[in-house]
Write a new protein. Structure first.
Length: 265
């Protein structure tokens, strides 16, 4: 299923299976002309913008701003009007025609998801030449996040859930590096104190406790299921000091890293 709704401001698509990526990269426009008009008869278009401009899809005008993302269905007539040199990440792809349909706006503000979407699409661009399957997986993950942007956000409770989800997404994407509560709050677009209150309401605990628990859960998985060295596992969960990692495993998981690995055999 790949059709626009009657008002052409929303699209329906299915994500039950990964996309087939036909082309992707960084598009640079507005250097030789300030207007592009075209259509891709068989391919969807995903764009993540870094500039201000105007996009018209089948006669409906959408404002482009940095951090906005658009999803254009196959066959739509597309017109871009640029204000000068304009750079965006793009993917042209096919989707399955059956499955559970999802409905999203053609244009959305990615908000706190912008860095995550940027990272996913940049990884897809880097992987495409040598690993097309990896590129498709990154694009698939990005599309699910774009679909998630369309969740209701009209009320205080819904906005709170969205901010908490953005915070969790940032934490999950950065477990291998240093994480601070102010950094997570900034990624979610809310204040430090607001984040603390949200996490208390959503998880019953603190942000720091959530980060510690998720690091240890990931460490246990890697120790049991992978052949990575213990120092490598420690680094992948953001604990570079082996003594600290050993203490954390004993405290949170009840055994040393070696004992956890041995028990899995």
């Amino acid at each position: 299923m790949s059709t626009t709704e009657p008002n052409a401001s929303h699209v329906q698509f299915c994500l039950d299976l990964p996309p087939r990526v036909a082309n992707l990269g960084v598009g640079v426009h507005g250097t030789t002309g300030l207007r592009d008009v075209f259509r891709l008869p068989d391919l969807w278009q995903l764009h993540l913008y870094r500039y201000a401009a105007e996009l018209t899809v089948d006669g409906v005008v959408h404002a482009i701003r940095p951090g906005r993302v658009s999803l254009v269905p196959p066959g739509a007539v597309v017109e871009f009007r640029y204000g000068g040199r304009s750079e965006h990440l793009y993917v042209h792809f096919e989707l399955p025609h059956s499955g559970n349909p999802l409905t999203v706006p053609v244009m959305q503000d990615a908000g706190a998801e912008t860095p995550i979407l940027t990272d996913l699409l940049q990884q897809a661009v880097a992987a495409a030449p040598r690993n097309p399957a990896r590129a498709a997986a990154e694009v698939w993950a990005a599309l699910w996040r774009v679909a998630g942007l369309a969740a209701p956000a009209g009320g205080v409770e819904e906005r709170g859930h969205a901010a908490a989800a953005a915070a969790v997404a940032h934490i999950e994407s950065h477990l291998a590096g240093p994480l601070t509560v102010p950094e997570v709050a900034a990624a979610a677009g809310i204040s430090h104190n607001h984040l603390i209150r949200l996490f208390r309401a959503e998880t019953g605990g603190t942000v720091v406790a959530y980060i510690r628990r998720r690091r240890m859960e990931r460490a246990r998985h890697l120790l049991r299921e992978s052949t990575l060295s213990i120092p490598a596992v420690a680094a992948l969960v953001g604990i570079g000091d082996l003594q600290a990692f050993n203490k954390a495993c004993r405290r949170e998981l009840g055994a040393s890293p070696r004992a956890i690995r041995a028990a899995s055999g």
